[in-house]
Design a binder for this molecule. Structure first.
Ligand SMILES: [Zn+2]
Length: 286
């Protein structure tokens, strides 16, 4: 049995693999802003495992984090109580098993590539468009990992010298400063679920379309999958997104463009695949 955890800015999920080796319905708790986050996660896992022994634990965490040490660094979406949390020392000691950790956008990418909208495609790019924007790339079922985490939310689409809006990363005109939930609040004055202006959604579609164009230019990926809170308004911007891709790609055929298929526990599904040898084959899920 594998213990699975998703650490989010507002809520945390914990689950274990069940009889078929797949994650069960997760326990969901609000993310604490103080106290002992390691103890909090241990308690959540204790509640879902019951009397069973955990063979390994896999954690989806916001970046930045230290993959080798399974340790959180200073993720901007979490309070300082979480900064520096050594998952291997806390959870590993409590449960006596190995602990694996991966960036949450990468976990979502893995989940959609193996079990969701990217299933069957050799190269999958996944964008989560939520409060911020993250991305992950999966090739032949495995994450593409380079020096650090991918930061596709900070690809510059509207440079500073042309008046692009400021981004919290210090730059200007990043995709995240143009089309994320936070950008919608800042630029249009409402939450994404309250944005009713068709021209605003068309603009968001165009920015995301350009992100697809850049992604295809570099990766020549087979499919680009979009998930996250802003994508709940998919029908409001997907036509403009697709049109931008069609009109901007000249040397490569457009990739498949799809909305994510898995639910809010997709990070837990992706985390499960980090535990090599114990994870079930993708064919278990239809
Ligand atoms: Zn930025």
């Amino acid at each position: 049995m594998i213990g699975l955890v998703d650490i989010g800015g507002t809520k945390c999920l914990a689950s274990v693999t069940g009889d078929r080796g797949l994650p069960g319905t997760p326990l969901v708790r609000p993310t604490p802003t103080g106290g002992d986050p390691g103890g909090f996660l241990s308690e959540m896992l204790d509640s879902v495992r019951g009397e069973s022994v955990l063979e390994a634990i896999a954690v989806a965490t916001p970046g930045p984090f230290d993959r080798e040490r399974a340790t959180l660094l200073n993720p901007p979406g979490l309070s300082e109580a979480w900064h520096g949390l050594d998952l291997r020392a806390t959870l590993g000691r409590h449960f006596g098993c190995p602990v694996f950790a991966e960036n949450d956008a990468n976990c979502a990418a893995l989940a959609e590539a193996r079990f969701g909208a990217g299933r069957g495609f050799p190269t999958v790019a996944y964008y989560t468009v939520s409060t911020g924007i993250g991305a992950g790339v999966v090739r032949d079922g495995e994450l593409v990992i380079a020096r650090h985490d991918t930061e596709a939310g900070h690809q510059v689409l509207w440079p500073a010298h042309l008046g692009g809006p400021e981004c919290h990363c210090g730059g200007h005109g990043c995709l995240e400063a143009l089309a994320s939930g936070n950008a919608i609040r800042k630029r249009f004055g409402v939450a994404p679920e309250e944005l009713d202006d068709p021209s605003a959604w068309a603009e968001i579609g165009r920015w995301l379309g350009l992100a697809v164009v850049n992604t295809v230019a570099l990766l020549d990926c087979d499919v680009v999958v979009f998930g996250g809170g802003v994508v709940k308004a998919w029908e409001r911007f997907d036509q403009e997104l697709r049109r931008t891709v069609r009109e901007s790609l000249f040397l490569q055929p457009p990739p498949e463009i799809r909305r994510a298929e898995l639910g809010d526990d997709r990070n837990v599904w992706g985390a499960m695949t980090l535990v090599r040898g114990l994870a079930p084959p993708a064919t278990l899920v239809q």
